[in-house]
Design a protein around this ligand. Structure first.
Ligand code: GLA
Length: 405
Protein backbone atom coordinates (compact mmCIF):
# COMPACT_ATOMS: atom_id res chain seq x y z
CA UNK A 1 0.00 0.00 0.00
CA UNK A 2 1.44 3.40 -0.88
CA UNK A 3 1.14 6.17 1.62
CA UNK A 4 -0.82 9.23 0.55
CA UNK A 5 1.70 11.33 2.45
CA UNK A 6 4.51 10.07 0.26
CA UNK A 7 3.22 12.23 -2.56
CA UNK A 8 3.01 15.46 -0.59
CA UNK A 9 5.80 14.88 1.81
CA UNK A 10 9.10 13.51 0.63
CA UNK A 11 10.87 13.92 3.97
CA UNK A 12 8.77 11.81 6.32
CA UNK A 13 12.00 10.28 7.57
CA UNK A 14 14.91 12.41 8.75
CA UNK A 15 17.07 14.00 6.12
CA UNK A 16 20.65 12.81 6.52
CA UNK A 17 23.00 15.41 7.97
CA UNK A 18 26.06 14.09 6.05
CA UNK A 19 24.10 14.40 2.78
CA UNK A 20 22.99 17.92 3.66
CA UNK A 21 26.58 18.86 4.53
CA UNK A 22 27.86 17.48 1.21
CA UNK A 23 25.25 19.45 -0.73
CA UNK A 24 26.04 22.62 1.22
CA UNK A 25 29.77 22.28 0.54
CA UNK A 26 29.29 21.88 -3.17
CA UNK A 27 26.82 24.79 -3.31
CA UNK A 28 29.32 26.92 -1.39
CA UNK A 29 32.00 26.16 -3.99
CA UNK A 30 29.60 27.09 -6.80
CA UNK A 31 28.62 30.40 -5.20
CA UNK A 32 32.01 31.52 -3.86
CA UNK A 33 34.48 29.72 -6.14
CA UNK A 34 36.44 27.79 -3.50
CA UNK A 35 35.70 25.07 -0.95
CA UNK A 36 34.56 26.12 2.56
CA UNK A 37 36.92 25.88 5.51
CA UNK A 38 34.32 25.41 8.25
CA UNK A 39 30.93 23.69 8.44
CA UNK A 40 28.60 23.77 11.46
CA UNK A 41 25.11 22.46 12.20
CA UNK A 42 22.40 23.46 14.70
CA UNK A 43 19.00 21.73 15.01
CA UNK A 44 15.43 22.94 15.35
CA UNK A 45 13.35 21.67 18.28
CA UNK A 46 9.96 20.32 19.13
CA UNK A 47 8.45 20.79 22.56
CA UNK A 48 6.74 17.72 24.02
CA UNK A 49 5.05 19.73 26.77
CA UNK A 50 5.52 22.97 28.75
CA UNK A 51 4.28 25.74 26.48
CA UNK A 52 4.51 29.43 27.35
CA UNK A 53 6.12 28.50 30.63
CA UNK A 54 9.75 29.41 29.83
CA UNK A 55 9.34 33.16 30.29
CA UNK A 56 7.51 32.46 33.56
CA UNK A 57 10.64 30.78 34.94
CA UNK A 58 8.87 27.41 34.69
CA UNK A 59 9.71 24.02 33.18
CA UNK A 60 9.73 23.01 29.51
CA UNK A 61 10.32 19.54 28.05
CA UNK A 62 11.62 19.81 24.48
CA UNK A 63 14.04 17.87 22.28
CA UNK A 64 16.31 18.90 19.45
CA UNK A 65 15.07 17.37 16.17
CA UNK A 66 16.93 15.69 13.32
CA UNK A 67 16.47 18.76 11.12
CA UNK A 68 19.45 21.03 10.92
CA UNK A 69 20.48 24.46 9.81
CA UNK A 70 23.91 24.09 8.28
CA UNK A 71 26.36 26.93 7.64
CA UNK A 72 29.51 26.59 5.54
CA UNK A 73 32.10 29.35 5.67
CA UNK A 74 35.47 30.40 4.37
CA UNK A 75 37.67 33.41 3.82
CA UNK A 76 36.73 35.44 0.74
CA UNK A 77 38.92 34.96 -2.34
CA UNK A 78 38.39 38.55 -3.45
CA UNK A 79 39.73 41.59 -1.61
CA UNK A 80 37.21 42.69 1.02
CA UNK A 81 37.04 44.90 4.07
CA UNK A 82 38.26 43.00 7.14
CA UNK A 83 34.76 43.16 8.67
CA UNK A 84 32.66 42.25 5.60
CA UNK A 85 30.29 39.29 5.80
CA UNK A 86 28.69 38.00 2.62
CA UNK A 87 25.99 35.37 3.07
CA UNK A 88 24.09 33.27 0.56
CA UNK A 89 20.81 31.64 1.56
CA UNK A 90 19.73 28.50 -0.32
CA UNK A 91 16.19 29.12 0.91
CA UNK A 92 15.87 32.54 -0.71
CA UNK A 93 18.55 31.88 -3.35
CA UNK A 94 19.80 35.31 -2.46
CA UNK A 95 23.10 36.83 -1.33
CA UNK A 96 23.20 39.61 1.27
CA UNK A 97 26.01 41.57 2.89
CA UNK A 98 26.65 43.28 6.17
CA UNK A 99 29.54 44.60 8.17
CA UNK A 100 30.73 43.42 11.57
CA UNK A 101 31.47 47.02 12.51
CA UNK A 102 27.90 48.12 11.87
CA UNK A 103 25.46 45.29 12.57
CA UNK A 104 22.32 47.48 12.27
CA UNK A 105 20.06 46.03 15.01
CA UNK A 106 17.07 47.89 13.55
CA UNK A 107 17.39 46.34 10.08
CA UNK A 108 14.82 43.53 9.76
CA UNK A 109 15.43 40.87 7.15
CA UNK A 110 16.53 37.22 7.03
CA UNK A 111 20.05 38.22 8.08
CA UNK A 112 18.77 39.65 11.41
CA UNK A 113 19.38 36.33 13.18
CA UNK A 114 22.93 36.11 11.85
CA UNK A 115 23.74 39.75 12.62
CA UNK A 116 22.34 39.38 16.14
CA UNK A 117 24.42 36.28 16.83
CA UNK A 118 27.59 37.93 15.46
CA UNK A 119 26.88 40.89 17.77
CA UNK A 120 26.72 38.58 20.79
CA UNK A 121 29.99 36.89 19.81
CA UNK A 122 31.76 40.23 19.33
CA UNK A 123 30.53 41.36 22.77
CA UNK A 124 32.21 38.26 24.21
CA UNK A 125 35.48 39.06 22.47
CA UNK A 126 35.23 36.52 19.62
CA UNK A 127 36.44 38.25 16.45
CA UNK A 128 35.77 36.12 13.37
CA UNK A 129 36.94 38.59 10.70
CA UNK A 130 35.71 38.69 7.11
CA UNK A 131 33.78 35.63 5.91
CA UNK A 132 31.71 34.21 3.08
CA UNK A 133 28.81 32.11 4.36
CA UNK A 134 26.32 29.73 2.85
CA UNK A 135 23.21 28.93 4.90
CA UNK A 136 20.91 25.97 4.30
CA UNK A 137 18.12 24.66 6.51
CA UNK A 138 15.97 21.55 6.80
CA UNK A 139 14.02 23.11 9.68
CA UNK A 140 10.64 24.11 8.21
CA UNK A 141 10.35 27.91 8.30
CA UNK A 142 7.47 29.44 10.23
CA UNK A 143 6.37 26.04 11.51
CA UNK A 144 7.01 26.70 15.19
CA UNK A 145 10.08 24.40 15.12
CA UNK A 146 12.61 27.14 15.97
CA UNK A 147 14.14 27.75 12.58
CA UNK A 148 15.29 31.15 13.82
CA UNK A 149 16.92 29.75 16.98
CA UNK A 150 18.70 27.16 14.83
CA UNK A 151 20.10 29.94 12.64
CA UNK A 152 21.23 32.02 15.63
CA UNK A 153 22.86 29.08 17.37
CA UNK A 154 24.47 27.86 14.12
CA UNK A 155 25.96 31.32 13.60
CA UNK A 156 27.44 31.43 17.12
CA UNK A 157 28.80 27.90 16.60
CA UNK A 158 30.40 29.01 13.36
CA UNK A 159 32.13 31.87 15.15
CA UNK A 160 33.43 29.35 17.69
CA UNK A 161 34.83 27.22 14.84
CA UNK A 162 36.46 30.19 13.11
CA UNK A 163 38.00 31.70 16.26
CA UNK A 164 38.90 28.39 17.95
CA UNK A 165 37.14 29.60 21.10
CA UNK A 166 34.41 27.67 22.90
CA UNK A 167 31.41 29.40 24.42
CA UNK A 168 29.71 27.96 27.46
CA UNK A 169 26.62 26.37 25.90
CA UNK A 170 24.13 28.05 28.23
CA UNK A 171 25.79 31.38 27.54
CA UNK A 172 25.57 30.56 23.83
CA UNK A 173 21.80 30.10 24.18
CA UNK A 174 21.51 33.42 26.02
CA UNK A 175 23.52 35.13 23.32
CA UNK A 176 21.15 33.68 20.70
CA UNK A 177 18.09 34.66 22.75
CA UNK A 178 19.35 38.25 22.95
CA UNK A 179 19.85 38.19 19.17
CA UNK A 180 16.18 37.25 18.81
CA UNK A 181 15.08 39.98 21.23
CA UNK A 182 17.17 42.81 19.80
CA UNK A 183 17.61 41.93 16.12
CA UNK A 184 14.27 40.21 15.43
CA UNK A 185 12.16 42.13 17.95
CA UNK A 186 10.72 38.92 19.44
CA UNK A 187 10.80 38.79 23.28
CA UNK A 188 11.10 34.98 23.42
CA UNK A 189 12.03 32.83 26.40
CA UNK A 190 15.13 30.59 26.49
CA UNK A 191 13.63 27.25 25.38
CA UNK A 192 14.33 27.31 21.64
CA UNK A 193 17.94 28.49 21.74
CA UNK A 194 18.71 26.26 24.74
CA UNK A 195 17.33 23.18 22.96
CA UNK A 196 19.32 23.89 19.81
CA UNK A 197 22.55 24.49 21.74
CA UNK A 198 22.22 21.70 24.34
CA UNK A 199 20.16 19.04 22.55
CA UNK A 200 21.42 15.47 22.95
CA UNK A 201 20.83 12.38 20.81
CA UNK A 202 18.19 10.14 22.35
CA UNK A 203 17.39 12.58 25.18
CA UNK A 204 14.68 15.05 26.02
CA UNK A 205 15.64 18.14 27.99
CA UNK A 206 13.68 18.90 31.14
CA UNK A 207 14.74 22.54 31.39
CA UNK A 208 14.28 24.54 34.54
CA UNK A 209 14.06 28.01 33.01
CA UNK A 210 14.67 29.66 36.37
CA UNK A 211 18.08 28.14 36.95
CA UNK A 212 18.72 27.59 33.21
CA UNK A 213 19.77 24.01 33.85
CA UNK A 214 18.54 20.86 32.17
CA UNK A 215 18.05 17.27 33.17
CA UNK A 216 18.62 14.91 30.23
CA UNK A 217 15.87 12.31 30.10
CA UNK A 218 16.25 9.36 27.71
CA UNK A 219 13.51 8.51 25.28
CA UNK A 220 14.55 4.92 24.78
CA UNK A 221 11.35 2.90 24.76
CA UNK A 222 11.38 1.31 21.29
CA UNK A 223 7.59 1.03 21.31
CA UNK A 224 6.98 4.79 21.07
CA UNK A 225 7.78 7.34 18.38
CA UNK A 226 7.39 11.06 17.84
CA UNK A 227 5.41 12.46 14.97
CA UNK A 228 5.38 16.14 13.99
CA UNK A 229 2.50 17.28 11.82
CA UNK A 230 2.59 20.72 10.23
CA UNK A 231 -0.74 22.48 9.71
CA UNK A 232 1.03 24.54 7.05
CA UNK A 233 -0.77 27.63 8.25
CA UNK A 234 0.74 30.60 9.98
CA UNK A 235 -1.76 33.24 11.00
CA UNK A 236 -0.38 36.71 10.57
CA UNK A 237 -2.08 38.37 13.48
CA UNK A 238 -1.09 41.78 14.79
CA UNK A 239 2.29 40.47 15.92
CA UNK A 240 1.64 41.59 19.48
CA UNK A 241 0.11 38.28 20.65
CA UNK A 242 3.33 36.92 22.15
CA UNK A 243 4.42 40.13 23.93
CA UNK A 244 0.81 40.57 25.11
CA UNK A 245 0.79 37.09 26.66
CA UNK A 246 4.10 37.80 28.35
CA UNK A 247 2.81 41.08 29.74
CA UNK A 248 -0.38 39.42 31.00
CA UNK A 249 1.69 36.80 32.82
CA UNK A 250 3.88 39.46 34.42
CA UNK A 251 0.83 41.43 35.48
CA UNK A 252 -0.80 38.33 37.02
CA UNK A 253 2.35 37.53 38.97
CA UNK A 254 2.48 41.08 40.27
CA UNK A 255 -1.16 41.01 41.38
CA UNK A 256 -0.53 37.69 43.11
CA UNK A 257 2.46 39.21 44.90
CA UNK A 258 5.13 36.94 43.41
CA UNK A 259 8.10 37.52 41.11
CA UNK A 260 7.05 34.92 38.53
CA UNK A 261 4.07 32.63 37.95
CA UNK A 262 6.46 29.76 38.68
CA UNK A 263 6.17 30.81 42.31
CA UNK A 264 2.44 30.00 42.48
CA UNK A 265 0.87 26.55 42.94
CA UNK A 266 -2.58 25.64 41.60
CA UNK A 267 -3.92 25.68 45.16
CA UNK A 268 -2.55 29.16 45.81
CA UNK A 269 -3.94 30.40 42.51
CA UNK A 270 -7.44 29.15 43.41
CA UNK A 271 -7.21 30.68 46.89
CA UNK A 272 -6.26 34.05 45.35
CA UNK A 273 -8.49 33.92 42.30
CA UNK A 274 -10.25 37.11 43.44
CA UNK A 275 -7.07 39.13 42.86
CA UNK A 276 -7.26 38.59 39.11
CA UNK A 277 -9.69 39.75 36.41
CA UNK A 278 -11.13 36.75 34.50
CA UNK A 279 -8.74 37.08 31.54
CA UNK A 280 -5.65 37.27 33.74
CA UNK A 281 -6.92 34.36 35.80
CA UNK A 282 -7.22 32.21 32.67
CA UNK A 283 -3.69 33.12 31.56
CA UNK A 284 -2.27 32.31 35.01
CA UNK A 285 -4.37 29.14 35.18
CA UNK A 286 -2.73 27.89 32.00
CA UNK A 287 0.82 28.69 33.11
CA UNK A 288 0.54 27.32 36.64
CA UNK A 289 -1.22 24.15 35.43
CA UNK A 290 1.21 23.71 32.54
CA UNK A 291 4.27 23.88 34.80
CA UNK A 292 2.73 21.14 36.95
CA UNK A 293 1.81 19.07 33.89
CA UNK A 294 5.36 19.36 32.57
CA UNK A 295 7.10 17.94 35.62
CA UNK A 296 4.41 15.26 35.91
CA UNK A 297 4.87 14.34 32.24
CA UNK A 298 8.64 14.06 32.67
CA UNK A 299 8.16 11.70 35.63
CA UNK A 300 5.50 9.69 33.77
CA UNK A 301 7.76 9.38 30.72
CA UNK A 302 10.59 8.08 32.87
CA UNK A 303 8.22 5.58 34.45
CA UNK A 304 6.96 4.50 31.01
CA UNK A 305 3.43 5.56 31.98
CA UNK A 306 2.44 6.43 28.41
CA UNK A 307 -1.32 6.83 29.01
CA UNK A 308 -0.55 9.52 31.61
CA UNK A 309 1.91 11.31 29.30
CA UNK A 310 -0.79 11.29 26.61
CA UNK A 311 -3.47 12.60 28.94
CA UNK A 312 -1.19 15.46 30.03
CA UNK A 313 -0.45 16.36 26.40
CA UNK A 314 -4.15 16.59 25.56
CA UNK A 315 -4.77 18.63 28.73
CA UNK A 316 -1.95 20.97 27.68
CA UNK A 317 -3.58 21.50 24.30
CA UNK A 318 -6.99 22.22 25.81
CA UNK A 319 -5.45 24.72 28.19
CA UNK A 320 -3.53 26.50 25.41
CA UNK A 321 -6.73 26.66 23.37
CA UNK A 322 -9.17 27.74 26.09
CA UNK A 323 -7.15 29.55 28.77
CA UNK A 324 -4.10 30.88 27.00
CA UNK A 325 -5.85 31.31 23.62
CA UNK A 326 -2.85 30.69 21.39
CA UNK A 327 -4.19 27.79 19.32
CA UNK A 328 -6.14 28.19 16.07
CA UNK A 329 -8.85 26.18 14.29
CA UNK A 330 -6.34 24.28 12.13
CA UNK A 331 -4.25 23.11 15.11
CA UNK A 332 -7.45 22.15 16.93
CA UNK A 333 -8.56 20.06 13.94
CA UNK A 334 -5.22 18.22 13.88
CA UNK A 335 -5.33 17.46 17.60
CA UNK A 336 -8.98 16.43 17.36
CA UNK A 337 -8.12 14.09 14.48
CA UNK A 338 -5.31 12.59 16.55
CA UNK A 339 -7.72 12.09 19.46
CA UNK A 340 -10.16 10.34 17.12
CA UNK A 341 -7.47 7.92 15.96
CA UNK A 342 -6.97 7.41 19.68
CA UNK A 343 -5.11 4.84 21.71
CA UNK A 344 -6.60 1.95 19.70
CA UNK A 345 -5.24 3.50 16.54
CA UNK A 346 -1.81 3.98 18.14
CA UNK A 347 -1.95 7.62 19.26
CA UNK A 348 -0.78 8.13 22.84
CA UNK A 349 -1.25 11.91 22.98
CA UNK A 350 -1.04 15.07 20.89
CA UNK A 351 -0.89 18.83 21.29
CA UNK A 352 0.07 22.02 19.53
CA UNK A 353 3.77 22.80 19.94
CA UNK A 354 5.64 26.10 19.93
CA UNK A 355 4.28 29.63 20.19
CA UNK A 356 0.93 28.84 18.51
CA UNK A 357 -1.41 30.49 15.96
CA UNK A 358 -0.36 27.91 13.39
CA UNK A 359 2.65 25.70 12.88
CA UNK A 360 2.81 22.13 14.13
CA UNK A 361 1.35 19.60 16.49
CA UNK A 362 3.47 16.95 18.17
CA UNK A 363 2.03 13.47 18.64
CA UNK A 364 3.42 10.63 20.67
CA UNK A 365 2.52 7.42 18.86
CA UNK A 366 3.14 3.68 18.83
CA UNK A 367 6.25 2.84 16.82
CA UNK A 368 5.56 1.06 13.54
CA UNK A 369 2.28 2.87 12.96
CA UNK A 370 3.66 6.37 12.29
CA UNK A 371 2.83 6.54 8.60
CA UNK A 372 -0.64 5.09 8.91
CA UNK A 373 -1.40 7.54 11.75
CA UNK A 374 -0.03 10.52 9.85
CA UNK A 375 -2.12 9.52 6.82
CA UNK A 376 -5.31 9.26 8.86
CA UNK A 377 -4.75 12.62 10.55
CA UNK A 378 -3.80 14.32 7.26
CA UNK A 379 -6.90 12.87 5.58
CA UNK A 380 -9.19 14.19 8.32
CA UNK A 381 -7.43 17.57 8.18
CA UNK A 382 -7.80 17.74 4.40
CA UNK A 383 -11.49 16.85 4.62
CA UNK A 384 -12.20 19.48 7.27
CA UNK A 385 -9.98 22.37 6.15
CA UNK A 386 -9.06 21.72 2.52
CA UNK A 387 -5.40 22.10 3.52
CA UNK A 388 -2.60 19.55 3.02
CA UNK A 389 -0.66 18.77 6.19
CA UNK A 390 2.94 17.58 6.07
CA UNK A 391 4.40 15.21 8.62
CA UNK A 392 7.65 13.69 9.72
CA UNK A 393 8.97 11.39 12.42
CA UNK A 394 11.91 12.40 14.54
CA UNK A 395 14.08 11.26 17.39
CA UNK A 396 15.85 13.49 19.90
CA UNK A 397 18.94 14.72 18.08
CA UNK A 398 22.39 16.04 18.87
CA UNK A 399 22.58 19.79 19.51
CA UNK A 400 24.72 22.36 17.71
CA UNK A 401 28.20 21.22 16.75
CA UNK A 402 31.14 21.87 14.48
CA UNK A 403 31.05 19.42 11.58
CA UNK A 404 34.32 20.44 9.89
CA UNK A 405 37.11 22.85 10.65
C1 GLA B 1 8.22 30.50 21.20
C2 GLA B 1 9.31 31.15 22.05
C3 GLA B 1 9.71 30.27 23.22
C4 GLA B 1 8.48 29.82 24.01
C5 GLA B 1 7.41 29.26 23.07
C6 GLA B 1 6.13 28.95 23.79
O1 GLA B 1 8.74 29.34 20.60
O2 GLA B 1 10.44 31.42 21.27
O3 GLA B 1 10.61 30.95 24.05
O4 GLA B 1 7.97 30.85 24.80
O5 GLA B 1 7.11 30.15 22.01
O6 GLA B 1 6.31 27.92 24.69
Amino acid sequence: MTSSLATINDEFLSPSLPEQVAAVKSRYAEVFGNPPQWVVAAPGRVNLIGEHTDYNAGFVFPLAIERYTVIAAGRPLRTTASDAIRVHSTLFDETAEFSLSNLEPERRDWTSYLRGAFAGCLERGLQPGTLDLLVDSKVPQGGGLSSSAALEVATATLVEAVTGRTLDRVDKSRLAQTAEHVYAGMPCGIMDQFSSALGAAGKLLLIDCRTETAELIPLDDPSVALLVINSNVKHELTGSEYPDRRAQCEQSAKLLGVAMLRDVTSKQLEANRGQLAPLLYRRAHHVVGEIERTTRAAAALQAGDWPLVGELMYASHDSLRDDFEVSCPELDVLVEAAREVGADGGVIGARMTGGGFGGCIVALVRAGREREIADRIAAAYRARTGIEATAFVTKPARGAHIVEG
